[in-house]
Design a protein around this ligand. Structure first.
Ligand SMILES: Cc1cc2nc3c(=O)[nH]c(=O)nc-3n(C[C@H](O)[C@H](O)[C@H](O)COP(=O)(O)OP(=O)(O)OC[C@H]3O[C@@H](n4cnc5c(N)ncnc54)[C@H](O)[C@@H]3O)c2cc1C
Length: 547
């Protein structure tokens, strides 16, 4: 039975109404210490030796995981005696965002839960296990500390403020009785191998010089091996009830959300979903096998990567990469192995090329810190953003009247996924056509995407808004529709109101005559909206036009 619900809410009585305050993530100190006690009781007091905690975050895998490898090495060298793998469903990740969205939306939460449960299973397969804590890591870790025993917590290094704040809280909780060791993971090119200063102050602000230099100067390191049976010995006296306690659905996360923010509920797979994303290292390895060995789709990736419809036009690796269910180095190594047998071409290279973008945004974030979240971005260039909640909701819900934008926004809401082509277009449309505050768009993506990754999301968004100093891609939505959805199949999949409208009229339905509207069974302005007035893709002179 699931026994430790998240209690992120402080319930207070207000005129006989109970109000949930979730944004502060407040937990009374008595509650905190009682949790710590429960964990203490899970382990008897007479443990000796050095205890390691593998605190998993966005690295939910065993293969090529620096902390797992480090722990196995320390055990082998007898510098530690026991290993407690730990995952915390941290309430701070489930609060409402400043714009009122669930910080972790249902698609993301479902994938995350599946990933954690898969990790638990994989650890059990090697005679270890995963302790799943429904609460803050600093509480769980305090509970794992023993009198007279030093605790070393190993975790993957993160780079953004919220995660760094959690690191600080963990360090404070450990005090002098434990230490937090952060190890680099997550990227294709290791941070220490980069030809830049460790604070990235000399990193270029644009992608191409970064890519050229790292490709010329750096090697991708060989992935670290998966741990073998028995290499991560659990403390012999871990409470079996604690270990068997796990959430089985996202409803079990038991998150209280503020009014107006949807509760996390398990979603059915949408019939139009590109693929059924299943979280975890097991499914990640299956997807890798599918994309390379089973279908050979990687050999045509360069030609198909701008698609929007179907399972294999792109790799769909992003959700697994975002939660660390697979490492980019494992993908790299497998691509090389595939190339040896089936030949390399522009397509096989291009998958690696795209993963370098992912690295770029992580290192860019180290350089610019929280500026990637700021209204005026990293350039600090003041720009007026329109305040129009109704217009924003039209964009969010796929009712702008621009079919390509609407199809993509509906797909993301229904499935958690949107193609890269789609993301570029809807972001450009929000920021550069509608002129709405780009951060609201990024925030909605954070909530809605199954593959949400803080650096990739906010980095791409701040770039799309033209606030990085790099090239500004202002997309012509109608032209993009013609180029990438020539027959309109993608739009028709997600905008059934326009199902009978042939391309190219489909791309600009507001131009249909009344007779044509009747012929195609749609009344513009009634069944399907007109685009916002004065925003029918007039180029804005200050932005570079991009086809
Ligand atoms: C506004 C906006 C927001 C985005 N938010 C996210 C996000 O939260 N999480 C996320 O993983 N990606 C994000 N991306 C990047 C990209 O759109 C997705 O990674 C990609 O569409 C995922 O599909 P795929 O795995 O099939 O990609 P593929 O085309 O198969 O590419 C392979 C891998 O390369 C990486 N990649 C490709 N393009 C980019 C890029 N532009 N930036 C960073 N990495 C890239 C991804 O890890 C991807 O899985 C965003 C892009 C934009 C324009």
């Amino acid at each position: 039975m699931f026994r430790l619900p998240i209690q992120i809410e402080l319930l207070i009585s207000n005129k006989s109404k109970l109000q949930a305050i979730t944004h502060t993530g407040l937990i009374a100190s008595s509650e905190r210490s009682s949790r710590a006690r429960r964990y203490s009781q899970a382990i008897s007091a007479d443990m000796s030796g050095h205890r390691l905690v593998l605190w998993f975050r966005n690295d939910l895998r065993l293969t090529d995981n620096a902390l797992v490898h480090q722990a196995a090495q320390l055990i082998k060298k007898e510098q530690a005696t026991e290993v407690v793998p730990l995952y915390c469903f941290d309430p701070r990740q489930f609060i409402a965002t400043p714009w009122g969205n669930s910080k972790t939306g249902a698609h993301h939460a479902t994938f995350l839960l599946q990933s954690v449960l898969d990790l638990k299973q994989r650890l059990q397969n090697i005679d270890s296990d995963l302790l799943i804590h429904m609460g803050r890591p600093e509480e769980a870790l305090q509970g794992l500390m023993r009198e007279g025993q030093q605790l070393t917590v190993l975790a993957q290094m993160e780079v953004t403020k919220e995660e760094l704040d959690v690191d600080k809280a963990v360090r404070a909780a450990l005090g002098h009785r434990g230490s937090l060791q952060l190890l680099w993971g997550n990227t294709l090119y290791h941070k220490d191998d980069l030809p830049y200063r460790s604070d990235m102050t000399d990193l270029p602000d644009v992608f191409t010089p970064f890519r050229s230099k790292v490709e010329a100067r750096c090697q991708v390191r060989t992935p670290l091996p998966a741990p073998v049976q028995g290499s991560l010995p659990l403390p012999s006296n871990l409470d079996s009830a604690q270990l068997s306690s796990k959430p089985s659905s996202i409803e079990d996360l038991n998150v209280v959300v503020p009014e107006g923010v949807p509760r996390l509920v398990t979603l059915q797979r949408h019939p139009n979903a590109a693929i059924a994303f299943e979280g975890g290292e097991t499914a990640a390895l299956q997807r890798l096998k599918h994309y390379l060995w089973d279908t050979g789709s990687i050999s045509t990736y360069f030609d198909t990567r701008n698609g929007m419809l179907g399972a294999d036009y792109s790799t769909k690796f992003s959700p697994w990469l975002a939660r660390g269910c697979i490492s980019p180095r494992t993908i790299f190594q497998e691509v090389r192995r595939y190339e040896e047998q089936h030949g390399s071409n522009k397509s096989t290279y291009w998958v690696i090329f795209e993963m370098i973008w992912r690295d770029f945004f992580r290192y860019f974030t180290i350089k610019h810190g929280s500026a990637i979240f700021y209204k005026h971005g990293v350039t600090g260039q003041p720009r007026q953003w329109v305040e129009d909640e109704a217009l924003f909701r039209r964009w969010r819900d796929g009712r702008t009247g621009m079919p390509l934008v609407d199809a993509n926004m509906r797909e993301m809401k229904a499935t958690g996924f949107m193609s890269n082509r789609g993301r570029q277009n809807v972001a450009s449309y929000l920021a550069l056509d509608l002129g709405l505050d780009w951060r609201k768009g990024a925030d909605w993506f954070e909530s809605a995407l199954v593959d949400y990754d803080v650096c990739s999301n906010w980095g791409n968004w701040v770039a799309a808004a033209g606030l990085t100093g790099g090239r500004i891609n202002h997309f012509n939505i109608t032209k993009q529709s013609k180029d990438y959805d020539e027959k309109g199949d993608y739009i028709r999949t997600w905008v059934p109101e326009l199902a009978k409208v042939p391309a190219p009229s489909l791309f600009e339905p507001w131009r249909l005559s009344r007779d044509d509207q009747a012929k195609f069974g749609v009344q513009i302005g009634v069944d399907y909206p007109e685009p916002p007035k004065s925003r029918k893709q007039k180029p804005r002179s200050e932005f570079e036009r991009f086809g």
